[in-house]
Design a protein around this ligand. Structure first.
Ligand code: 3PG
Length: 509
């Protein structure tokens, strides 16, 4: 490969391990690629790792841009946030109309929407693409979630399909939808990832504290699970962690690691957006909160001393508890995926992403961090019916849930009784139990809201919204709060409202 301008088919900005590995992956598939980084060390590393391959690193942005064939295709793999904007500001004067800029990082989807508009105004194509699989995935086959400018994606499709992970020959990459659909899907992927990781961590707690198993035995459980229906990338790496000694010692590195979990923010974003969209994802929310709680080490130590003793062993036959734990994990894993898929469906409606949930499940089956055997079941459920309102409604998922909920219930009850913290497990069961309740006690919340804030309520079998002067009613009933309660100021009537025994209020309230 000569260094004459426009030799390279693709450019990468940001030569961290992910960026370098994606370039090497492309080079392995016959694409000549260029990389750019301000840091000499990263450029040197690309040179060393790419020896004998059609790869070249640059430290000069102008030379880098000029080395790429037009229309240029350039991907940024830099930390999310202000850095992406500064890279765009640096690159845009060097690019030509029709060039394609791709953000392959974990950008917030609202930033991606904004950048797409800004760049379209400059006649540049832009799309956001979630990339999952970590360093190894980037090198040998990631799962990729592109969205936005469909025409630009079509140009890049052969490259991405070549480098993606394959499952049954199908590449783990597909166009997700317009706007920031790609980054949105990746964000939810990460949210599910948080849920699954917290469930695995709680499982470790049950095995260690609740069952008193040593590390070797715990590693054995994860190994066995990973060979069955629970097979997944996250369990696979977990069993490896339970076989990895601290260098130069005969004990696990895991035992030396502080019990304070960090986060880069995609899980939190998932919870924030889910709240905005009113899509319940309690297991993911719990996972985010638990990472936060874990960071209060000093406080935890204080509270442990104050409220001890800590959790004890779970009662019952060890083999039986292990059987229940396997069921509990399977059940809660299904709930985590189900919550994520439901959030995607809600977002698709709200943001007009036109997401195809079967395609998402399909490209998550390989390459990405949440790949698992169960994704085949999710794929089959939505492949048959993209309008399926919830994964739990699927006829083939139903027996899987019914066959595992009993074990989940027993395990969670035992853990709760012995004071063992299993909040992600508990939230998964609570989610299921609430969703399978045809009449929730939420009518009481509506009554309370109307009582203290005249927020109105709806009635069964009657059109419209209603308001009641509850304090007036209270005069006529026995009040355990005594006469004082009746002196509370009356709720001011909402203009235009009617009492529940009158005609309905107009619906504009
Ligand atoms: C990543 O995007 O790097 C991980 O999937 C999530 O990272 P976090 O756990 O640090 O948020």
């Amino acid at each position: 490969m000569s260094d004459t301008p426009m030799d390279y088919a693709f450019g990468m900005i940001g030569l961290g391990t992910m960026g370098r590995n994606l370039l090497l992956n492309m080079a392995d598939h016959g694409f000549a690629v260029a990389g750019y980084d301000k840091n000499q060390k990263q450029v040197d590393l690309l040179g060393q790792e790419g020896q004998g391959k059609p790869v070249k690193g640059f430290m000069d942005s102008k030379e880098f841009v000029q080395s790429i064939k037009m229309p240029r295709a350039i991907m940024m793999l830099v930390p999310a946030g202000a850095i992406v904007d500064s890279v765009i500001a640096e690159m845009t004067p060097l690019l030509s109309p029709g060039d394609i800029l791709i953000d392959g990082g974990n950008s917030h989807f609202t930033d991606t929407e904004r950048r797409a508009k800004e760049l379209a105004a400059k006649n540049l194509h832009f799309f956001g693409m979630g990339v999952s699989g970590g360093e190894e995935g980037a090198r040998f086959g990631p799962s990729m979630m592109p969205g936005g400018d469909a025409e630009a994606y079509k140009v890049m499709q052969p490259v991405f399909e070549a480098i993606a992970a394959k499952v049954d020959g199908a590449p783990c990459v597909a166009y997700m939808g317009p706007g920031a659909a790609g980054h949105f899907v990746k964000m939810v992927h990460n949210g599910i990832e948080y849920g699954l990781m917290e469930l695995i961590a709680e499982t470790y707690g049950v095995l260690k504290t609740g069952l008193g198993l040593d590390n070797a035995a715990i590693g054995q459980v994860f190994t066995q699970w990973n060979e069955g229906r629970l097979q997944s990338f996250l369990l696979d790496i977990t069993k490896d962690i339970f076989a990895f000694n601290a260098p130069g010692t005969d004990h696990l590195l895991l035992d030396d690691i502080k019990d304070e979990a960090r986060a880069k923010g995609t899980g939190k974003w998932t919870s924030q957006v889910a709240m905005d969209l009113q899509a319940p994802i309690p297991t993911i929310d719990t996972a985010v909160s638990m990472r936060d709680l874990s960071k209060y080490k000093e406080l935890r130590v204080q509270l442990a001393a104050q409220y001890g003793p800590e959790a004890g062993q779970l009662p019952g036959n060890k083999e039986e508890v292990l059987r229940q734990l396997e069921q509990a994990f399977y059940f809660s894993m299904i709930m985590s995926y189900a919550q994520g898929m439901h959030l995607l469906a809600k977002a698709s409606e709200e943001y007009k992403y036109d997401l195809h949930l079967a395609t998402i499940a399909k490209i998550w089956r390989g390459g990405c961090i949440i790949r698992s055997a169960f994704l085949n079941d999710i794929f089959n459920a939505f492949e048959g019916n993209n309008q399926l309102a919830h994964l739990l409604l699927d006829g083939k998922v139903q027996p899987l849930v019914q066959g595992s909920v009993g074990g989940a219930r027993s395990l969670i009850a035992a853990a709760v009784t012995s004071g063992l913290a299993v909040p992600a497990y508990t939230s998964a069961l609570g989610y299921f139990d609430a969703f399978r309740t045809a009449r929730l006690p939420s009518n009481l919340i509506q009554a309370q809201r109307d009582y203290f804030g005249a927020h109105t309520y709806e009635l069964i079998g009657k059109e419209g919204v209603f308001h009641t002067q509850w304090t007036g009613l209270r005069d006529k009933v026995e009040s355990p709060a005594g006469p004082q309660a009746n002196q509370a100021p009356a709720t001011p009537p909402v203009p235009g409202t009617k009492q529940s025994n009158e005609e309905p209020l107009n619906k504009h309230l």
